[in-house]
Ligand binder design. Structure first.
Ligand SMILES: [Zn+2]
Length: 46
């Protein structure tokens, strides 16, 4: 699991609450709060 504020690896992350997918394109990019449901917990999608 990954939380908002972390800087995870480049890849696609899915919000565990609403299944919105976010793409992280840079190692310096932080995971934001989910823009849809305001949760901040993600799973990585391969
Ligand atoms: Zn969400």
């Amino acid at each position: 699991m990954y939380v908002a504020g972390e800087k995870p690896d480049v890849g696609t992350y899915m919000c565990v609450m609403c299944y919105l997918e976010l793409i992280i394109e840079s190692d310096n990019e932080e995971l934001p709060e989910c823009p849809d449901c305001k949760a901040g917990i993600y799973k990585k999608v391969d």
